[in-house]
Design a protein around this ligand. Structure first.
Ligand code: ADP
Ligand code: MG
Ligand code: MG
Length: 369
């Protein structure tokens, strides 16, 4: 009697492809010799348009590693009524009772691995919660807090964690009448100075983020970020090394060894994150022991402060000149490919990938019971 693991991947965010890569690695781990006696894999693929597909076709996406073209050009779509039955609301859940493909009702535990909005932000978690089936990772609150940089920073501040100076504004202030906007820019310049970082509150993968060094760059960046989200955050820029720590567990979580991201670009932007060879990982990070232990401690505090569960990657700025460590953010569904930081940091902490996946599933069951 194997436990049937519903691997939920793809999704409507810009991180669709990353999700497929993460899901491939997790699928492999679930089907590995160590885990195959315990678990049976049921893949569920959410297309870019939000349509859910299960069974063979989802498996094909995992195997090929490429997104399903919405016109079906790269994969032969079976009769849709056999694989998925659209309900006139999004998401479309496959609910037909075809014997050849898995159904939502067959799943004993969900492993959602959809990064970014509509995946990592509590929306999928709310759906799974309503289904009353255990799922890997944070619940609704932890996911939503971890996705929203403003809510996250409020929780971090409440927990006494040091962070960069920041301001929060909304889209209406940016798109207000032309007399108000210059005052807003004046205020940002006076409070934060240059360089500063303009970010949409709810995104990831550096999408919509700009480092600005002048008034005209600030104006452009604010307008651009406002097109992504109603709420924006602007932060004072720091010159710092970027360190990360992986957290695993529920009420008594553990912190991994600390890792460092290195890159040549101006900051850790989208291109640097997703172009092979543009970023390097150093695990463990070559920093003093006092710095890594402070980061591990702060990671556990950050995890608890947003009510995360299961897993999270906590990211930091290490200002080497002063020895200061500032928390940057928490990611509740971090990249999970075989070469991603989160699993690599656990690997270097003595938890191999296959065991990590097993532990996460067990943590989901523990939290639900
Ligand atoms: P995301 O959730 O999209 O990863 P981050 O807040 O982590 O967004 O920002 C992405 C990258 O931008 C960081 O990894 C870092 O390189 C750079 N960055 C963001 N904020 C700052 C800051 N205040 N000072 C210096 N660099 C920053
Ligand atoms: Mg993030
Ligand atoms: Mg980040």
């Amino acid at each position: 009697n194997k436990l049937r693991v519903g691997l939920l991947f793809g999704g409507r965010s810009g991180e669709h492809e990353v999700s497929i890569s993460s899901a491939r690695a997790i699928a492999q781990a679930i089907s590995s010799d160590q885990n195959a006696q315990k678990y049976e894999l049921l893949p569920f693929y959410i297309q870019k348009d939000g349509y859910w597909l299960a069974g063979e076709i989802a498996q094909q996406v995992l195997t090929s590693g490429t997104p399903l073209q919405l016109n079906g050009s790269n994969i032969q779509l079976p009769n849709p009524s056999q694989t998925s039955l659209p309900i006139p609301t999004s998401p479309y859940l496959p609910v037909s009772s075809s014997s050849s493909s898995a159904q939502v009702a067959d799943v004993d535990v969900w492993f959602p691995i959809i990064h970014g909005p509509n995946g990592e932000d509590g929306t999928v978690q709310g759906l799974l919660q309503l289904m009353q089936i255990p799922y890997v990772g944070s619940g609704v609150l932890g996911s939503a807090m971890g996705m929203d940089k403003i809510a996250m920073k409020m929780a971090f501040a409440q927990a006494g964690l040091p962070q960069v100076k920041y301001m929060t504004i909304n889209r209406a202030q940016v798109w207000s009448n032309p007399c108000v906007f210059p005052k807003l820019c004046d205020q940002i310049e006076a409070t934060l100075g240059y360089p500063c970082f303009v970010k949409p509150a709810n995104l990831g993968s550096s999408v919509g983020i700009a480092k600005v060094r002048s008034r005209s760059e600030l104006e452009t960046a604010l307008d651009n970020a406002a097109s992504y989200d109603r709420r924006l955050i602007i932060e004072a820029g720091v010159v710092a090394r970027e360190l990360e720590c992986a957290v695993l567990g529920n009420d008594n979580p553990k912190a991994s060894v600390v890792g460092e991201i290195t890159f040549e670009s101006d900051f850790y932007d989208y291109e640097t994150k997703y172009t092979a060879g543009k970023a390097g990982f150093l695990i463990p990070a070559p920093v003093p022991e006092s710095v890594s232990s402070a980061i591990q401690e702060m990671s556990l505090q950050a995890f608890a402060s947003v009510d995360a569960a299961g897993l999270a990657r906590v990211d930091f700025f290490y200002v080497e000149a002063t020895g200061e460590v500032l928390i940057n953010e928490i990611n509740t569904l971090p990249g999970f490919t075989a070469t991603s930081m989160y699993p690599q940091m656990w690997e270097k902490s003595g938890v191999p990938f296959t065991e990590l996946v097993d532990q996460l599933i067990q943590l989901a069951l523990e939290r639900h019971s």
